[in-house]
Write a protein that binds this ligand. Structure first.
Ligand code: GLY
Length: 345
């Protein structure tokens, strides 16, 4: 199946056609693959046809230094304005490839082949790509859409369990903010159900991709509804940075902090937080952590969603219904303290 989605900065072709279509979509003589050391080992046959830039795996390499080295290699390959850059990998690779393609020669075409569940439902979609700067996540970057995103869910079967959980954190996020029926569906299953049922997995990925596309096409530059996608990510990003946790685990904790804030700020029933904690644990995600609030606040005050002394926090009034609430730092600090002291849900 193929369809296109239009955004202000470009039209993206969604291709659920499998990786075998890559050569057709991006011919080897006019394309360069950017991938990481883990993915390169797994997909030697795919990359063999292409000029390939392999960067070391790991979020710690999502930096300007990596962009510098990618640029040097693009120059060595004599890549030009019509060269297509293909990001083959997870969220770190889609960020590096999308950002490098957006600034190299002031912009060359690019496409993604996401190889993780998280990248398929979130990181590859939306056009925001960039790098971390010190402790600040995604501080430098661009908004520019890929020309295509090529899906092959068979690629997911090489993933370790932790990577499946990471993806489910974002899937549960979509359910919390937009889709109560999806939340109900997720609460009756576990990861293995989707691993073993290709149809259910494909439908799940497409449903989440549709939520993200709908939101981003309404507000590509994140002035309004796109902010809702940050549910769980404000505290989540600070937790991810401070404790060096996988993104999904940090977002899992961040969503519970956000539920706790939602109880005091918009009357969310406390049962929702308990239900969410249960669903997260079903997908092998954490529901508690002792937090160092002061250190988290030092990171949080530099959040991109900050304006003066408030942060636009995403809260829930119920499952499937999210809203943006500017909150003072003190309110967030109190919620982190409360979460940290609460122990297990
Ligand atoms: N690349 C992720 C996003 O645009 O949200």
């Amino acid at each position: 199946m193929e369809y296109s989605v239009s955004f202000p900065t470009g039209t993206v072709q969604y291709c659920f056609t499998g990786i075998k279509e890559l050569l057709k979509r991006a011919p080897a003589d006019s394309s360069v693959i950017i991938t990481d050391s883990n993915v390169a080992t797994l997909y030697q046959q795919v990359i063999a046809a292409y000029r390939t830039i392999i960067i070391p795996a790991g979020e710690e390499h999502k930096t300007q230094q990596t962009i510098q080295s990618v640029t040097e290699q693009l120059l060595e390959f004599k890549a030009h304005k019509k060269t297509t850059i293909i990001g083959l990998g997870g969220g770190m690779i889609t960020d590096i490839a999308g950002y490098a393609a957006s600034i190299y020669m002031r912009g060359v075409p690019f496409g993604f082949v996401p190889t993780t569940l998280l990248a398929m439902v979130d990181a590859a979609i939306g056009g925001k790509n960039g790098v971390n700067f010190g402790l600040h996540k995604n501080m430098l970057g661009t908004i520019r859409q890929p020309s295509f995103i090529l899906y092959d869910t068979a690629l997911l079967h090489t993933l370790p369990d932790m990577e499946w959980s990471n993806g489910f954190a974002e899937i549960i996020k979509y359910a919390c903010i937009f889709d109560a029926p999806l939340f109900a569906e997720l609460s009756t299953h576990i990861i293995n159900y989707y691993k073993e049922d290709a149809t259910a997995l494909n439908e799940l990925i497409q449903r989440c991709a549709n939520w993200k596309n709908k939101t981003v096409s309404e507000d590509e530059t994140e002035n309004n509804v796109r902010k809702l996608l940050n549910f769980g990510h404000t505290a989540g990003h600070a937790i991810e940075t401070l404790y060096n946790l996988p993104h999904g685990q940090a977002v899992s904790l961040g969503m519970l902090v956000a539920c706790s804030i939602s109880e005091s700020e918009c009357g969310l029933h406390p049962d929702v937080r308990r239900q969410l904690a249960m669903v997260l644990q079903q997908y092998k995600l954490p529901a508690s952590l002792k937090l160092h609030t002061e250190q988290l606040m030092d990171i949080l005050v530099m959040d991109k969603k900050r304006s003066n002394n408030t942060i636009d926090y995403i809260v829930l009034s119920s499952i499937g219904s999210a809203l943006i609430k500017p909150l003072p730092f003190e309110t967030i600090k109190q919620a982190l303290d409360k979460f940290s002291d609460a122990g297990n849900y």
